[in-house]
Design a protein around this ligand. Structure first.
Ligand SMILES: *[C@@H]1O[C@H](CO)[C@@H](O)[C@H](O)[C@H]1NC(C)=O
Ligand SMILES: *[C@@H]1O[C@H](CO)[C@@H](O)[C@H](O)[C@H]1NC(C)=O
Ligand SMILES: *[C@@H]1O[C@H](CO)[C@@H](O)[C@H](O)[C@H]1NC(C)=O
Ligand SMILES: *[C@@H]1O[C@H](CO)[C@@H](O)[C@H](O)[C@H]1NC(C)=O
Ligand SMILES: *[C@@H]1O[C@H](CO)[C@@H](O)[C@H](O)[C@H]1NC(C)=O
Ligand SMILES: *[C@@H]1O[C@H](CO)[C@@H](O)[C@H](O)[C@H]1NC(C)=O
Ligand SMILES: *[C@@H]1O[C@H](CO)[C@@H](O)[C@H](O)[C@H]1NC(C)=O
Length: 497
């Protein structure tokens, strides 16, 4: 064999044995986001709903038990994708309604864009909900190589049809193009589309698969067979909801099998997260946490989350490190070997070492839960307060959590089958009350407001809110636009400007 050929062989051998730094060290990333999945709706929190696949994945991975999301949909998704608080994107108030010309600003790259820069193949399947009024805001314009899913929220699981007031239309697309899979339950549909992506994927390239399921948001719809094991649950909503959770759990189990068959599961980091607390009016539950979806109580935003993957240095443990949904952006970008060039200042912190190794370096100590200038103010302003405490806001600093303004219904609502044992406790507090302080470490269920005995801490926390407020951009919450009506757009919700 001529020397040259032998050398080439050696080099090839060398590179096959010791793959170049970069490519093979980049894990595949599967990010599963559940919708309205409550704290008391996962098996490992003691729920009456069984989630064997999620329990197993979390049990072999790391459960995040001091993990926070936002109280509602668009805010969590916008922060996950951008790594930035709502006060820095203008999305402080509410969700993006279907006919609102609004979106997560285009001025800072989002997660798939940063992963694509370092060679990832990027795909999203499921709910978008961070804006679509112009083509530039669609997933395929924002770093996803492919997209299959819906742009608004709350549509029918089978017809994929959504009405908003008098405006009605289909909401499903394949990349940027309207799609029609009428009759197929979305959990099956999204699981199948996700499986197709994995099966067709070139294993040498790192994969980012973002899978924001429709499950388990209302409307309460699920194939009958998933309800069968729950016929003992008397409350109809809870019963159907339990079935929906079961379907999602099965879909996730199925998808992990597809990764295994493809031979890439051992190099895949899976993240599972809810987008916000469970909606108790639609079968969800967060007991023993206080309050629920859309509130600033823990039930609204103390989220279910875990990670799983061979690359974790610790496994089978519970992490109590404070973590926030904005942290995924820098954490995943750095794990992928990417950089944060071109991003506007981030509010998220790279938590990889915290999660994987339990390192205290880079550990987060505070979270701005939100400041919402458009929410109805409540009560009176405290004399000398640096922050207008009539305004809805919440902040966490170490053990402390301060809430101002109107936090939302603060009842502790047990799941229906426990109602005889645990009475629902209503919060009968004066309607003008607008400040609460809790030591969340000592009192995770927010039973004991200690504001009155810690006036100095209250002032310090108000000061912290005032400092955050100084960095806020104006809130953008445009008027509904009649031109968004699907009747002008071929019967589908989609870009209209
Ligand atoms: C979607 O397909 C169903 C069933 O084939 C059909 O009845 C319906 O009209 C289609 N909808 C649209 C908007 O094309
Ligand atoms: C999971 O896979 C099984 C076997 O292929 C299939 O029957 C079932 O419908 C799948 N479940 C979901 C939720 O996709
Ligand atoms: C993952 O499994 C595949 C197939 O069994 C194997 O070739 C590869 O070396 C494994 N990778 C890691 C990171 O363990
Ligand atoms: C990121 O920006 C830094 C500083 O400008 C530069 O040195 C580096 O090359 C950039 N990295 C990439 C991958 O663009
Ligand atoms: C936040 O800052 C703005 C601008 O200075 C001010 O108008 C507003 O009252 C502040 N909000 C609160 C809740 O203090
Ligand atoms: C809070 O929610 C509970 C449960 O739905 C309800 O019974 C109660 O009336 C609500 N309280 C207030 C003050 O709205
Ligand atoms: C909060 O409560 C925990 C547990 O009782 C205690 O260790 C901690 O010192 C308290 N934090 C503050 C800031 O008082």
């Amino acid at each position: 064999m001529p020397l040259e050929t032998r050398l080439t062989c050696l080099i090839v051998l060398f590179f096959n044995t010791f793959p170049v730094q970069g490519k093979s060290s980049q894990p595949h990333i599967l990010f599963v986001l559940a919708d309205d999945f409550g704290y008391n709706d996962i098996g490992y929190h003691g729920s009456e709903i069984k989630t064997p696949n999620l329990d197993k994945l979390a049990g072999d991975g790391i459960r995040l038990e001091n993990y926070y999301v936002q109280p509602i949909c668009t805010p969590t998704r916008s922060q996950l994708l951008s790594g930035r608080y709502q006060i820095h994107t203008g999305l402080q108030h509410g969700i993006i309604w279907p006919s609102q010309p609004n979106g997560l600003p285009l001025d800072s790259p989002i997660l798939p864009q940063k992963l694509k820069e370092v060679g990832y193949s990027t795909h999203a399947v499921g709910k978008w909900h961070v804006g679509f009024y112009k083509k530039e805001y669609l997933p395929t314009s924002r770093g996803f190589d492919s997209y299959f899913g819906y742009l608004t929220g709350s549509e029918d699981y089978y017809t994929h049809h959504r009405c908003y007031g008098k405006m009605c239309g289909m909401d499903l697309r394949e990349n940027a193009v309207p799609a029609n899979y009428s009759g197929i339950y979305s959990t099956y549909l999204f699981a199948q589309k996700a499986a197709d992506i994995v099966q067709k994927h070139d294993s040498d390239q790192p994969l980012f698969l973002y899978l924001p399921f429709q499950s388990v948001h209302s409307p309460l719809q699920v194939p009958e067979k998933y309800i069968q094991p729950y016929l003992h649950i008397k409350d109809e909503k809870r019963r159907k909801y339990a079935g929906m959770v079961a379907a999602m759990d099965e879909a996730i189990g199925n998808l992990t099998e597809v990764f295994k068959q493809k031979g890439i599961w051992n190099n895949t980091l899976m993240v599972f997260s809810t987008d916000n607390g469970g909606q108790i009016l639609e079968g969800g539950n967060n007991y023993p946490l206080r309050g629920w979806k859309a509130s600033l109580w823990e039930g609204g935003m103390h989220g279910v989350g875990f990670v799983h993957g061979q690359m974790l240095k610790r496994k089978g443990i519970v992490s109590k490190a404070l973590m926030h949904v904005t942290d995924w952006f820098p954490t995943l970008v750095s794990l992928a070997g990417g950089n944060l060039n071109g991003t506007k200042p981030l509010d998220g912190v790279d938590q990889w070492k915290t999660i994987s190794e339990g390192s205290a370096v880079n550990q987060r100590s505070s979270i701005l839960h939100n400041i919402d200038p458009l929410f109805q103010p409540v009560g009176h302003r405290l004399p000398k307060s640096p922050f207008d405490n009539r305004i809805r806001a919440a902040v966490r600093f170490g053990d402390w959590k301060l809430i101002t303004g109107s936090p939302g219904n603060g009842s502790w609502v047990p799941p229906p089958h426990m109602k005889l044992l645990h009475q629902m406790e209503d919060n009968s507090e004066p309607p003008e009350k607008n400040i609460w302080l809790f030591n969340i470490t000592a009192d995770p269920y927010e039973h004991k407001d200690v504001a009155h005995i810690n006036p100095k801490v209250v002032m310090q926390m108000l000061d912290l809110l005032a400092q955050y407020n100084q960095t806020a951009v104006p809130c953008r919450y445009p008027k509904m636009d009649e031109k968004a009506n699907p009747k002008y757009l071929g019967g589908y919700w989609g870009p209209w400007l």
